[in-house]
Design a protein around this ligand. Structure first.
Ligand code: ADP
Ligand code: MG
Length: 418
């Protein structure tokens, strides 16, 4: 027998759980899809397309809905002879300037033998080339800028929607579909960009546990053989997903991780909730370790301070109440404490990593607002990732009864989130 042998007891089609799989149908997004479809209707009518702006957190189906609707649009457009529709899809992850977007768009629009260098041209030349390219294609052109929040200057977001009004485009009608994972991106756009780019806005809310359950059931039917999943596996993955961020990607990843763990056990043909629990632990550990290892030592000191306050039941806590502990820890580690403002930046960074949650509160009669911070992650995981700083600072009292022994994270308490 060879070293490798196929194992297909668990998975029918594991690839269906991967990022690049496009489901035939989207579940539980009827309202958003209906609004989205309506805003694309002018395209079929051979009218000037709307500019559409989609926003919502990661993993809520923005890209999937776009792919789904545009593939139908393309197919349905083919029955109208006077309609010449061209679709261009650009993911802006890794592209930070309008210049880069423009050069990448030109290359998307051109064929592979005719690509331009993505550096070295004056900006005006690049825009000129872009207009030429769009005019040469002509007809109706939809340009999807996915993850557009990566772009730091909004010149292209101003130029593209106005290209026709500015007489740069004469042969083509273009519509821009901007997609953003970041809520604040839209608010920070200049008013003139906002009014043209965000002509039609569609918000994709986070999924709740019952949405996620339907999505997972649909996907599991494609990915797994019948009767491989214990009944509580999908509800549990959905409950975790809803608790975390309402992110379908994360829930699907968790289901796949559970499947992989079951597959690694040679004699198992069933996925159980303990595979889910272990899978979640693995995924979370990976996420936390990655996040924490990217922080500076001051970031570690701030997190350690917050962890000990959490164990003493002092959270949610204000930045100024984290400060004394942080100062003491910094001194013990032989470091000069940062000024309050910089220490607060570290708290915000922890929040961005999802290690800490932030609540905005009102000051009462004085009218101002302040923020309170709470630890969001499993204490043991953070503890193990903070090894180094704990040995620099020393073991705080609050950690003493917190070494092993926390099996209490039971399934039943989690399922109550639904
Ligand atoms: P976003 O673009 O908002 O970050 P995606 O569209 O990439 O999110 O969705 C994340 C994953 O979840 C993808 O694998 C996608 O196929 C799946 N997904 C999201 N929403 C649904 C849905 N309503 N029905 C089926 N699958 C979905
Ligand atoms: Mg996306």
């Amino acid at each position: 027998m060879g070293l490798f042998e196929r194992d297909t007891e668990i998975y029918k089609n594991r690839d269906a759980l991967r990022e690049d799989y496009q489901p035939d149908q989207l579940v539980g997004r009827d309202e958003e899809i209906q609004a989205y479809q309506a805003s694309l209707q002018p395209v079929i009518n051979n009218e000037q397309p709307n500019n559409v702006f989609l926003y919502g957190k990661t993993g809520v189906g923005k890209t999937a809905a776009t792919r789904y609707l545009l593939s139908h649009l393309k197919e349905d457009a083919s029955q109208y002879e006077d309609l010449d529709l061209h679709l261009t899809f650009l993911n802006c992850d890794g592209l930070t300037s309008s210049y880069q977007i423009a050069t990448h768009l030109i290359n998307e629009l051109r064929d592979d033998t005719n690509q331009i260098s993505t550096t070295g041209y004056p900006r005006a030349t690049v825009y000129e080339m872009l207009w030429n390219e769009l005019n040469a294609i002509g007809g109706s052109i939809l340009i999807v800028l996915d993850e557009v929040d990566h772009v730091e200057d909004d010149s292209i977001l101003y130029q593209l929607p106005r290209a026709r009004a500015n007489n740069n485009l004469t042969e083509a009608k273009i519509g821009i579909i901007g997609i953003s994972n970041d809520f604040s991106f839209r608010d920070n756009l200049s008013p003139k960009v906002k009014s043209s780019l965000c002509e039609q806005e569609i918000h994709f809310p986070a999924y709740d546990a019952s949405d996620l359950q339907l999505i997972l059931e649909q996907r599991a039917a494609v990915a797994f053989h019948d009767d491989v999943l214990d009944n509580s596996v999908i509800p549990l993955c959905a409950a975790y997903g809803a608790k975390d961020a309402g992110d379908a990607r994360q829930s699907i990843d968790l289901l796949m991780k559970a499947g992989d763990l079951a597959r690694e056990e040679n004699d198992t043909t069933t996925i159980t909730t303990s595979h889910v629990e272990n899978g979640r632990h693995d995924l979370e550990r990976g996420r936390i370790e990655e996040g924490i290892s990217g922080l500076t030592q001051h970031g570690h000191l701030v997190l350690y301070s917050l962890l000990t306050l959490h164990l003493e039941d002092e959270t949610p806590v204000r930045s100024r109440d984290v400060r004394p502990r942080y100062t003491r820890f910094a001194q013990r580690a032989g470091r000069d404490p940062l000024v309050p403002r910089r220490m607060r930046d570290h708290l915000s960074e922890l929040a961005m990593l999802g290690l800490v949650s932030v609540t905005e509160r009102n000051e009462g009669r004085r009218g101002g607002t302040y923020r309170e911070y709470t630890l969001e992650m499993d204490v043991e995981l953070i503890l193990s990732a903070l090894d180094e700083v704990i040995s620099d600072v020393g073991v705080h009292d609050s950690l003493k009864n917190h070494l092993p022994d926390r099996e209490a994270d039971s399934i039943t308490s989690l399922l109550e989130f639904q």
